[in-house]
Design a protein around this ligand. Sequence first.
Ligand code: C5P
Length: 210
Amino acid sequence: PADLIIAVDGPAASGKGTIALRLAQYYGLPHLDTGLLYRAVGLGVLDRGGELGDAALAERVARALRPSDLTDIPRLTDRGAGEAASRVAGHPGVRADLLDLQTRFARQPGGAVLDGRDIGTVIAPDASAKLFVTASPEVRARRRWLQLTARGETIAFDDMLADILKRDARDAGRGAAPMVQADDAALLDTTDMDIEAAFDAARRIVETSR
Ligand code: C5P
């Protein structure tokens, strides 16, 4: 059978990461959470005492990125890292530097599952199946708030919602590879779904598109 490349895009806390992971397990494919790459670049800039708006520095960090920069998951997935990621993700040079790694991951024999913002549009426009996963901002804020609170971060729900809305606007409004549903992507709204229902719906989409 042909290689199965599954592109999963969508805004923060839409459920896309969990869906991508579950699809990868189900089909026995490798999975790449591409948000981790941008998070690692954002943290790398901050660790060097730099400014997130400094494109040249962010590009240097992106080019020097190593697998070991992607292992501290609690730090990479905290609130500040998401914000830093979305700032450096607006630099076209950073996106260009991370392109090759992602396209090679997508094209490995057998296929792969990638999740992010531009997988179906830029990284793997020829993907076998494309999903654009969304949920209402309130539900996404609540999910993220529960996750962060469960591991001891203290944050008000309203601040979480404001974070989410600001990040959506920045990711959808930037010039370089903005977050947008690809013309041929299936929309999956998980607002009223638990993870099992969302995974079932995602699997059906993949089965009908491949
Ligand atoms: O998906 P996650 O929330 O981890 O992504 C963090 C940030 O990285 C996003 O807000 C977005 O700005 C950026 N990103 C991107 N393109 C991707 C994945 C993430 O621009 N493919």
